[in-house]
Design a protein around this ligand. Structure first.
Ligand code: JCF
Length: 680
């Protein structure tokens, strides 16, 4: 470094520190301090310096997160302190046994008033366990757990993970620190990775854990760098420091201060009953977490007690994992049925031997389309892995070829619609095959009517799915327009239709005539035109005539409308069948106020994103959403740095917490009503 000027050295250190800080704010705290453009600018300055003075480069440089030269093999790493696994508890009773064993071991029975044990509770992340070694605050080695004694050196790969500090920050940095934790792939990253794999015709990963493990096993760290992995710290192995914390929670807090990400749901409770309560609370939120968890880890919080308790065989006596129901199970594919949707899309649906997975019994799973069937290579009779995680519909994640029976049947995609026998066609470049029958197809008519009557569309109370099926099957109605000619006499006598319910339905149909332009547009069921797009169209064009007359170029001028949606809209209004149905609906008296083009030029909330959470007493969720959208706001389901405002009612949970941590303004229902009254 002899020939590097002093001011360059200090500028280099400054840039590294600042970039490491920005990185920490962004990836660990979820709270960026500068815009991406500023981060990129500083990174370029750093890279310029490293180009000009190659000897400057140190392994803790944030520029190294992009990965480097590929390895030819991983070297082995011996863990000085074994990385143990956890014992499992599969029931409340087994958790109570765990608590009892601890008390016995500590001889609490001999004590008059034995205290309850304090436990640290945390979600058990479903990823890959790693060990990170820091010498004087610098990351020097990352290793997999391996068999607990010997793992693999994955230093180059862990350096690419943004939530892992390359250099510790804060006070009292230990001379030697081995941090243990879980590297995992959030579900969104997993979905994106698999979507990319499907596009490229590559094999997909079964679950986020396999994807995380596969990403860490790469000899080329550039590949690891391209995967959105995260790491949460949960314990400490080797540790040489002046002072040490007394509890597990205090240790996690120290790790947080040194720059690690710590799970935000970690909590201390006293006694096993409160452990069960924590379990129930987390189980309820499992589906809404951003990552997979497979249970709860309970640890004796007092580190001195932990030491007294020690280990048995391969696991500590002071910790246990209480498992959740599995999110993956094996079952058999019994048959495949082909369902026809509102837009004619023919969707293969797997009929499965019922299996309990992710907390529910699953007997159907979508197979999406013909490409997916090919990609999975699935046959009827196959044994498959079903995955249900995060509130999404169950998926067939994998076929177990070893278990394929001799009489397995290939799945044949139908060439004719199973409902109306029209030909099934697949447009160039599209994965979805569609029935070409349009409104000749009973399935499409039924779905169109169900959609039309649904709550967010024309909101016809009492017109349930079963009744629509009956009305279409018995040739009572052929289109949505026929609903408005229905008379009570036609309904009475249909299955479970008495005088009273028939009269109620006719009245509900009558009152649905009074609607809004946005709801009517949505009710038409134009492909890709959902609630939000319908509202946008209504706001921008003001009348149905104007929407129907718009050409693709005019539609494209509207925010959020792209070429595909524009084409669907134009095609819809060009179709004479659709035009005559709209005419019939208007002739029957369906009406709405046109939107005053002048009044809505000023949409005061345009560009803002609002989030509603918790309960509301004065307004329904749907009404609150409608009124916000009418003011030009987008209403989103989750809080992010882009959220403008959160409205939180009683019982608001993680969304409120997230808003507070991101410093996003929050109002309660009373403030919200006042705001609406002053703004509308
Ligand atoms: O989240 C986890 N998978 C996890 C695994 C969390 C912990 O606190 C653990 C662990 C494995 C061993 N603690 C130990 C001692």
């Amino acid at each position: 470094m002899a020939n590097i000027p002093e001011h360059v050295l200090s500028e280099y250190e400054r840039l590294k520190d600042e970039l490491n800080q920005h990185n920490h704010r962004y990836y660990v705290l979820d709270d960026p301090a500068v815009p991406d453009s500023e981060y990129d600018r500083q990174m370029r300055l750093l890279q310029d310096l490293e180009q000009r003075y190659p000897t400057l480069l140190t392994p803790d440089s944030p520029s190294q997160r992009v990965g480097g030269v590929a390895l030819t093999a991983f070297t082995q790493v011996r863990h000085d302190i074994a990385m143990l696994s956890l014992d499992n508890a599969f029931s409340d009773a087994e958790l109570e046994d765990f608590d009892r064993r601890i008390k016995d071991r500590l001889n609490y029975a001999a004590q008059e008033q034995a205290p309850e044990i304090e436990f640290a509770c945390e979600p058990k992340l479903d990823g890959v366990a790693v060990s990170l070694l820091y010498l004087d605050g610098l990351l020097v080695r990352g290793a997999t757990r391996g068999d607990g004694m010997v793992g693999e050196d994955i230093t180059a790969n862990v350096r690419t993970i943004n939530s892992i500090p390359l250099k510790l920050v804060g006070e009292n940095i230990p001379e030697l620190l081995e941090v243990r934790g879980e590297i995992y792939l959030p579900r969104a990253g997993f979905d994106a990775l698999n979507a990319k794999a499907i596009n490229a015709g590559d094999k997909t990963f079964v679950n986020p854990r396999n994807a995380a493990a596969g990403s860490l096993r790469q000899l080329d760290s550039k590949i690891t760098a391209s995967r959105p992995l995260e790491m949460c710290a949960y314990s400490v192995g080797q540790f040489q420091a002046q002072t040490k914390p007394d509890t597990h929670l205090a240790m996690l807090s120290a790790l947080r201060n040194w720059g690690f990400k710590i799970n935000q749901h970690v909590e201390a409770v006293v006694g096993v009953a409160d452990c069960q309560d924590y379990y129930s609370r987390l189980a309820e939120r499992r589906d809404s977490l951003a990552y997979d968890i497979d249970g709860i880890v309970y640890k004796v919080n007092d580190l001195h007690l932990q030491q007294r308790l020690g280990f048995v065989a391969k696991a500590p006596r002071w910790a246990i994992a209480r498992k959740f129901p599995a999110q993956e199970e094996m079952t058999k594919l019994l048959d495949v049925e082909f369902q026809v949707g509102r837009t004619g899309a023919v969707t293969p649906v797997a009929r499965l031997e019922p299996v309990f997975v992710g907390g529910v019994t699953v007997s159907n799973a979508t197979l999406h389309n013909g490409d997916e069937i090919k990609r999975l290579g699935i046959c009827i009779g196959d044994t498959v892995i079903i995955r249900r995680a995060g509130d999404v519909i169950p998926q067939v994640a994998k076929v177990i070829l070893e278990k394929r029976p001799a009489n397995a049947q290939p799945i044949v995609f139908p060439e004719r619609c199973p409902v109306c026998q029209s030909s099934v066609r697949r447009a160039e470049g599209e994965a979805v095959a569609r029935c070409s029958g349009g409104l000749f197809c009973g399935a499409q008519i039924k779905q169109a009517i169900k959609h039309f009557a649904s709550r967010k569309a024309m909101d016809i109370d009492g017109l349930g799915d079963k009744l629509v099926d009956l009305l279409v099957d018995q040739n009572v109605i052929f289109s949505v327009a026929d609903l408005y000619d229905l008379r009570a006499e036609q309904l009475v006598g249909l299955e479970r239709m008495a005088d009273k319910s028939a009269a109620n339905l006719v009245a509900a149909i009558e009152s649905s005539k009074q609607t809004s332009l946005a709801k009517f547009l949505y009710a038409l069921g134009i492909r890709e035109v959902g609630e939000a797009t319908s509202q946008t169209l209504a706001n921008n064009f003001g009348s149905l005539e104007a929407v129907a007359a718009a050409d693709a170029d005019q539609l494209l001028e509207v925010d959020d409308i792209g070429p595909v949606v524009a084409r669907h809209i134009v095609n819809f209004f060009r179709n004479p069948d659709n035009v005559s149905i709209i005419e019939a609906l208007r002739a029957a008296g369906v009406n709405w106020p046109d939107i005053d083009q002048n009044a809505q030029v000023s949409q005061p909330l345009k560009g803002q994103t609002w989030v509603l959470t918790g309960g509301m007493e004065m307004l329904s969720r749907a009404e609150a959403k409608d009124r916000l959208q009418a003011l030009g706001a987008k209403v989103a389901g989750s809080v992010s740095a882009k959220t403008s405002q959160v409205v939180a009612g009683p019982g608001a949970g993680s969304k409120l917490a997230k808003a507070q941590s991101l410093d996003i303004p929050v109002m309660d229902e009373a403030e919200f009503l006042l705001f609406l009254n002053n703004t509308e």
